[in-house]
Write a protein that binds this ligand. Structure first.
Ligand code: ATP
Ligand code: MG
Length: 891
């Protein structure tokens, strides 16, 4: 095959010379299916990148024959950069993207044969919820009982498993016809039938609106490849090498997509000769996947660990190469990670080692409460920076749920430390941004009812619910899109004159904007500007006295800048192209690029941290109910997933790892006493150097029970061990409050990528909700349980925030609010040492507990005087109890 002239030819030796033998073998392997399975930090991503360069330069493949899939846009951009460094600018012409972006490209080009127009809209979570609400209203569904979120989560499950609405309908509600009016769901208690009907209707309306949701991007591409042999052939001939990173997090639909694109089944009967030096032009494309089943952390989104486990069975002539050397972390960090993950059952043990030496011990800290935990971390960051000259950008603080970021941010602000928060309420989820984008979307795709209806009365122009209902009635009757009905306004009967005038004005506005957008002389940023001014969006905000609206104006101006930036980076930039980038944006996209020193500490969830590495990592909130998350504590498979997340977190650290916890944490407006995370117990104790092992409140209790200050295991606690005197309670303010002038909002806008006033963070109903975790237990109790909406548009998921209303069932104990770990909660009534010995307890033993009643021991952990037993109390839940403090008796 001929070499591309632009290609900087690399010698084989250059591409594998600095790799270890297994890595080099993986880079050079010739065969139809290769799995590179390995532990964290073993160079999987690096090998994948090298392999692409190798395929291009040594197999003689064209860049256009490569499809490389990464988990985030950011990772794709980085891989492209690295490839450009290896092989030159031809890298730009390669498909290196996420599954979703690749599918958008395919559907835009070829979606017609499954009824998708190239200008289709991509609905984010908020749009989808809106659509479900409209459907629920039409079908008289009780949205308190069946929340849009729960319905969407179910629909998402169906789609991730490629279960079509037609099948669901046939099984559950065969008498329903999508688009049918006046249908009443027979027995509202029949949830399955209800889901099937809403699913069918939802797909019907998406199709009518020429729109897709995120899951559809995958599912409909599979549909396209299966339904249109010509299209399938085209891509099978085009992509001869398909490479997928983070394969452990693919779901069933993605698995099938890879299979279809590679033509694995189509090529059956024409066996690939084992000694083929290249993929050739015909037959199955060559697949390379890399992943680590111990890092599978998206089961809640349908990720199926079996995809990686069954790879060898699934793909003919598959080869597996294991990488065993870790190049990222010290032995101490690796030992901790290996010890924690070894508690998961049913996994293949791995031999991961490092040549980097033992390194520093892990540092532990037990704080009295979340504020103190955060203040201690801030103090440590300042110290590392000041005394050890560690750059801020080399440090990352990670947490399980977005809600935890608030206290951390406060402490960093108080300490005057620069930070960047990744995630939280995202720019594209802000109301004003969604409004502006809805206009743009409606311009590109006038059939998009959800967005068209969103902007009908935004800004307010006298077109309220009644006006909307008139138009909807007409549109339904004539089976036409909402905007088509607006265009035929003059044939609608019974429209009050005032309403008719307003509708006419709206139609003229939209027509004018569409003409403006259609003029090739107008670039996306011009169109944004035109929309902002002609729609009245800007005017309305500028006139407002509400200070929040001032920051909304700034956000809108940012949107215009984003469009301008897009134009600079994209030849032939179109409005539709711009909308795509806004639709597929994810948390991780806010991370600084490679080699770019942000000069800031990074704050992010553990989910976002996947694939990344930092010299210094703080794992915070290591408490039962926080991490592992409360909902995982009664479910073995969810607990395993949490443990994999812990493994991901620990293995992000290169040189130093901190683990911190708080004895009291506020959740849903309640101060809860938190037990240390079991993951802390799972780290061999000689690896952790505890700067403070017990929080003040715990120590008081220990003293109470022991009748003295000489706690058995830890010896006497001198005052200087007692970090609380420095950071705790009232003195915390003065030690770290030196930079009070850096007020929340002004500081925030300087450091957060899309920073705006602090106040504009949590608008009601926003999918984020991430920053309001402790704001009170409003109707969000279901939120977070499946996390469908937890990150809205992004696929970078911050995972559910806030614990659900089940916190009473987890191993936390309510204490009076505001005591914040003061001694009072531990004084009279605190349990004394009961003298029980862990040796007397075995799995299966029956015990009785003063509060929870009868229970069965399900686990024991011998830690001397700090031994823990886990007891299943039936309906009272499963509890982890400190053996010598628990009011229990063995039966
Ligand atoms: P994760 O499981 O977290 O995704 P990974 O297996 O993809 O990790 P990489 O991110 O590719 O691992 O590599 C981890 C680190 O080790 C990177 O900094 C990478 O540059 C470095 N590395 C990998 N292989 C080698 C090697 N042969 N020599 C030197 N450094 C290496
Ligand atoms: Mg990787």
């Amino acid at each position: 095959m001929q070499q591309d002239p632009d290609l900087i030819a690399r010698s084989a030796n250059e591409l594998v010379g600095d790799l270890n033998p297994q890595q080099a073998e993986a880079v050079q392997y010739r065969g139809p299916a290769l799995l590179i399975g390995a532990g964290a930090g073993s160079g999987k991503t690096r090998v994948l990148t090298r392999r692409i360069a190798y395929i291009l330069s040594q197999f003689g493949a064209w860049p256009s024959q490569i499809l490389a899939i990464t988990f985030t846009n950011k990772a794709a951009a980085e891989m492209r950069e690295r490839l450009a460094a290896l092989i030159g600018p031809v890298a730009e012409r390669m498909w290196v993207s996420t599954f979703h972006s690749a599918c958008v490209r395919i559907l835009r080009r070829d979606g017609k044969s499954i009824g998708l127009d190239p200008g289709f809209s991509i609905y984010d979570t908020a749009d989808c919820e809106r659509l479900v609400k409209l459907i629920a209203a039409d079908l008289n569904i009780d949205v308190k009982r069946y929340t849009p979120r729960a319905i969407l989560s179910r629909i998402s499950d169906y789609k991730n498993n490629l279960e079509g609405w037609q099948d669901k309908l046939r099984e559950q509600a065969p008498d329903y016809r999508p688009g049918q009016r006046g249908y009443q769901i027979g027995n509202p208690g029949n949830a399955e039938a209800l889901y099937a009907v809403v699913y069918a209707e939802y797909q019907h309306r998406l199709a009518a609106a020429n729109a897709v949701d995120f899951d559809d991007l995958i599912g409909r591409t599979v549909e396209l490849l299966r339904r249109d042999p010509a299209v399938a052939d085209y891509y099978r001939h085009k992509f001869r090498y398909i490479l997928v990173d983070e394969y452990q997090d693919t779901n069933h639909a993605q698995y099938v997509l890879v299979r279809e694109l590679a033509g694995v089944d189509a090529a059956k009967g024409a066996p690939v000769p084992a000694d083929m030096p290249y993929a050739g032009r015909e037959g199955q494309a060559w697949i390379t996947v890399v992943g680590d089943s111990d890092q599978s952390i998206y089961a809640f989104r349908g990720a199926d660990i079996r995809n990686i486990q069954d790879f060898e069975q699934d793909f003919p002539n598959a080869k597996t190469i294991m990488l065993e050397q870790n190049y990222r972390s010290t032995q101490t960090i690796l030992d901790a990670a290996n010890a924690v993950i070894s508690n998961n059952e049913g996994r293949k043990p791995k031999k991961l080692w490092t040549a980097l030496g033992k390194g520093e011990p892990i540092v532990g800290y037990a704080a009295d409460n979340a504020q103190q935990e955060a203040a201690w971390i801030a103090g440590e960051i300042a110290r590392l920076h000041g005394e050890e000259a560690i750059a801020y950008s080399d440090m990352a603080v990670m947490y399980r749920a977005n809600a935890q970021s608030r206290s951390l941010e406060e402490a960093l602000i108080n300490a005057g430390l620069p930070y960047q928060l990744v995630g939280g309420t995202r720019f594209y989820e802000r109301r004003e941004i969604k409004d502006a984008i809805a206009y743009l979307q409606a311009i590109v795709n006038p059939a998009d009812d959800v967005n068209m209806r969103r902007i009908l009365n935004v800004p307010k122009r006298g077109l309220g619910a009644r006006a909307e209902a008139i138009v909807v009635g007409y549109a339904d009757m004539n089976a036409i899109p909402f905007y088509a009905a607006v265009e035929r306004l003059d044939s609608i009967e019974g429209v009050p004159t005032r309403t008719a005038n307003q509708l006419r004005a709206f139609r003229d506005l939209m027509d004018g904007l569409r003409k403006f957008a259609a003029d090739p002389a107008n670039r996306p940023s011009d169109i944004v500007a035109e929309v902002l001014s002609k729609s009245g969006l800007l005017d309305e905000l500028r006139k407002s006295e509400d200070p929040q609206d001032a920051s909304r104006v700034e956000n809108l101006s940012q949107l215009q800048s984003v469009a301008a930036e897009f134009e600079q980076n994209t030849p032939d930039a179109t409005l539709a192209g711009f909308l795509e980038t806004t639709a597929l944006v994810a948390d991780s996209d806010q991370l600084p690029g490679e080699g770019e020193d942000s000069g800031k500490v990074t704050l992010m969830t553990l989910h976002t941290a996947k694939g990344l590495e930092y010299p210094v990592v703080f794992l915070t909130g290591m408490e039962q109910g926080t991490f592992p998350h409360s909902r995982a504590m009664e479910d073995a498979s969810e607990l395993s997933e949490e443990r994999r997340l812990a493994y991901v977190g620990i293995t992000r650290a290169k040189r130093r790892l901190y683990v911190t916890r708080a004895a009291v944490r506020a959740q849903w407006g309640q101060a809860n006493e938190m037990m240390p995370s079991q993951f802390l117990d799972e780290i061999p104790s000689d690896l952790i150097d505890w700067k403070r092992r017990e929080a003040g409140v715990e120590r008081m209790r220990a003293n109470w029970s022991n009748g003295g200050f000489d706690d058995d295991e830890f010896g006497g606690w001198g005052d200087d061990d007692f970090g609380g005197t420095t950071y705790g309670g009232s003195t915390y303010g003065s030690s770290y409050g030196s930079s009070e002038s850096a007020s929340g909002s002004s500081y925030g806008s300087g450091t957060r990528r899309f920073g705006a006033g602090a106040g504009s963070r949590s608008r009601g109903g926003s999918a984020g909700g991430s920053r309001s975790g402790s704001a009170g237990s409003n109707g969000r109790s279901g939120y977070g349980s499946r996390s469908y909406g937890s990150s809205g548009s992004s696929y970078g998921y911050g995972s559910g925030s806030g614990s659900s209303s089940r916190s009473g069932r987890v191993t936390t104990r309510r204490v009076a609010p505001k005591t914040g770990g003061s001694a009072s909660s531990a004084a009279p009534g605190a349990p004394r040492d009961n003298g029980l010995n862990i040796a007397d307890f075995h799995v299966g033993d029956r015990i009785t507990h003063d509060m929870y009643g009868l229970g069965t021991v399900v686990d024991t952990l011998d830690k001397g005087a700090k031994s823990v037993i886990t007891v299943d109390f039936g309906s009272a839940g499963t509890k982890r109890l400190m053996l010598n403090r628990a009011p229990i008796e063995k039966l």
